[in-house]
Design a protein around this ligand. Structure first.
Ligand SMILES: [Zn+2]
Length: 273
């Protein structure tokens, strides 16, 4: 299981840099288009079927950079997944220390797979850069002003900015607009979790084999296939978490599941009612 935490200062630095690129090359109300930023930076790119070896790859050819984007049948430059990958690869160019590494003689071309849970720090940095570029801080804060958190709001912003739900949620977590946790479980077991600093519970009630608790929406899905489609369900904090204070037992939280069936995966989004 991996936890997603870069230090706060680095997070801020990456977010500011991404905002600068978004505002300079794609100022609001224009959408952020990674292809446009690549062009302005003199980076060439191509889309092709790279047989799933990577989602994106950046290559340095004597100081000229080229980005390869793995493209499935249904993908194009406007599909959320490809946009994220493109921005991730741009991050490897724009973040100074990443680019400097690519410029070292003998550094192999850098291929990335978009998993959002990489244990490699530079990958997590590039993921964060991508999320911040596609969802620039000022624009998102304006959209969130005086809005109450619920899943419809995540959905609305994900459509408005043409970014996947999971990337939008990660952005909510770093912006810290509302205490929030994402739990990813695969084949019934806890895979990764991420949460905002102010989320009140952290320790999940896992079984001896790292199984997620059965009395949760994700647990039900792995148990018998029950799905709560487009619904935020109320569950008790004690269903998910190990609690230390007796007063916490009856605290309720919302759980909203995103089912990623091809990967046997469920992402539970948890927040307090
Ligand atoms: Zn990468």
């Amino acid at each position: 299981m991996s936890l997603y935490n870069l230090n706060k200062a680095r997070e801020g630095e990456i977010s500011d840099l991404a905002s600068w690129y978004a505002d300079t090359f794609c100022p609001s109300p224009q959408p952020v288009l990674p292809q446009l930023i690549a062009e302005k930076l003199g980076i060439t790119y191509s889309l092709g079927d790279y047989k799933g070896k990577f989602d994106g790859l950046i290559e340095n050819n004597r100081g000229f950079f080229h980005i390869y984007l793995h493209c499935k049948d249904t993908d194009n430059l406007y599909s959320p997944r490809l946009r994220f990958t493109f921005c991730h690869e741009l991050g490897h160019y724009i973040l100074d220390d990443h680019r400097n590494t690519l410029l070292l003689p003998g550094t192999p071309a850098h291929g990335s797979v978009t998993t959002l849970d990489s244990s490699i720090e530079t990958e997590r940095e590039a993921d964060l850069f991508a999320a911040c570029l596609l969802l620039p801080e000022d624009r998102i804060k304006r959209d969130l002003f005086k809005r109450k958190f619920n899943f419809a709001l995540v959905d609305e912003l994900s459509r408005k900015y043409n970014v996947s739900l999971t990337a939008t949620l990660l952005r909510f977590i770093t912006l810290g607009n509302h205490p929030l946790m994402m739990v990813c479980s695969q084949a019934g077991k806890l895979k990764w979790l991420r949460y905002s600093n102010d989320f009140p519970f952290q320790r999940i009630h896992t079984g001896p084999g790292n199984e997620i608790p059965a009395a949760t929406c994700a647990g039900e899905y792995f148990e018998d296939g029950t799905k709560y489609l487009n619904k935020s369900e109320k569950v008790f904090a004690e269903d998910w978490f190990v609690l230390w204070k007796s007063g916490d037992q009856r605290r309720q939280i919302f759980e909203h599941c995103i089912y990623q069936e091809s990967q046997q995966q469920v992402i539970s989004v948890l927040w307090e009612t």
